[in-house]
Write a protein that binds this ligand. Structure first.
Ligand code: FA5
Length: 349
């Protein structure tokens, strides 16, 4: 029996050494060490041995089994390493090849203005809120003191989807939505930025444009006044467009504010001398603003005897034109990369 064990050791060692694949190695493990393997068969035959022979043969079998297991483990590690080496070799990357050029994008000028405006107003304690672009007549007009048939609607109402739904013409709709959502909770300090739509199209008007709206409502005793509105607008215009621009505050009319006014800025193209862009006036209209009309407060859940505030709204595209010296608003929407490339990291330089 000792002879038989030695034979098994010799042949199995040879076979393990010459195994070329993991599968073949596994087959050898089963052949010699498995339940029905040759070495296991020897162990089973031990019952026929004399008591003196048993421990001798038993320890020999164990020794051979340990040795074979060790050799299989080592061979397995070797074969795995060889496989890995082959894989690495076949997947080798040639780092000397020239790379494909990564084209760096940049933020659109309108996006930059929106981000800067949000940062500025958040730093002044405002919340940034959102409203729907597909708006109801109620929120776009009625709750802003523009009942059906009001003549001031003619300047804006366009792009109706049904009698009740339209693409919002102004972000002022978010004023009403914010007040309704808060009912007599104060203070409200919010800004909202988003797309608005009107049937207009020339160098300073687009059928789709972006507006930013601001609203402050607080208790009467806290005296939110026209001076606060004026101060806020000065900070924003000078911070976002340019410190040395002149502002002109001019009385105006909006159904949702009383008193109302418009803020004009020096024409950036002619510096105020008068040109085709500013229609020879030297000024370009920038925004509308005023103190929230008592009817608007009342219609949206605030008692006008106890609450007051101010609101303002402006076109973001126009801000972009001022800041970057763009003379035709339509460039902002034609997606010409030659145009957009000019703003690549421009602010950071
Ligand atoms: C309004 O839309 C008011 N909702 C603003 C307001 C808000 C007043 C809160 C009072 C209180 P107006 O129609 O003037 O007002 O438009 C405001 C700004 O949007 C304009 O000054 C201009 O900058 C921009 N704007 C208006 N129409 C266009 C257009 N077609 N294309 C680009 N920008 C436009």
């Amino acid at each position: 029996m000792e002879e038989q064990i030695k034979m098994i050791k010799q042949t199995s060692e040879k076979e393990i050494a010459s195994a070329k694949e993991l599968k073949a190695l596994e087959d050898l493990r089963v052949k010699y060490l498995g339940k029905k393997g040759e070495l296991t068969a020897v162990l089973r035959g031990m019952k026929d041995l004399t008591p003196e022979q048993r421990p001798v043969i038993g320890s020999l079998v164990n020794e051979v089994r340990d040795e074979l297991e060790k050799q299989i483990r080592e061979k397995e590690a070797k074969l795995k390493q060889e496989l890995l080496n082959k894989k690495i070799e076949s997947e080798k990357i040639d780092i000397t090849l020239p790379s494909t050029k990564v084209r760096r994008g940049s933020l659109h000028p309108v996006t930059r203005i929106i981000e800067d405006m949000e940062d500025l107003f958040v730093s002044m304690g405002y919340d940034v809120v959102q409203g729907p672009e597909l708006e109801t007549d109620e929120f776009c007009f009625e709750r802003l003191n523009l009942p059906k048939g009001h003549p001031a609607r003619d300047m804006q109402d366009s792009f109706y989807i049904t009698d009740e739904y339209l693409l919002r013409t102004q972000t002022s709709s978010v004023q009403a939505r914010t007040m309704i959502a808060n009912t007599e909770k104060t203070p409200i300090r919010m800004i909202t930025c988003g797309k608005t739509y009107r049937r207009e199209d020339d160098a300073t008007h687009s059928h789709q444009f972006n507006q930013i709206e601001g609203l402050v409502v607080d208790k009467k005793e806290r005296n939110v006044s026209l001076a606060d509105l004026k101060g806020t607008l000065e900070v924003f215009v000078r911070k976002i467009i340019g410190a040395n621009l002149d502002l002109r505050f001019r009385p105006s009319y909006f159904p949702f504010t009383e008193p109302s006014y418009e803020v004009d800025v020096t024409c950036f193209k002619c510096g105020g001398k008068g040109c085709n862009l500013c229609k020879q006036t030297g000024w370009i209209e920038l925004l509308g603003a005023g103190m929230v009309h008592p009817n608007v407060l009342k219609m949206n859940g605030y008692n006008p005897d106890e609450f007051g505030g101010f609101a303002f709204g402006t076109g973001i595209d126009r801000l972009a034109m001022f800041r970057y010296g763009i003379t035709d608003m339509r460039y902002l929407y034609t997606n010409d990369v030659r145009f957009l490339n000019q703003f690549d990291r421009k602010d950071e330089e």
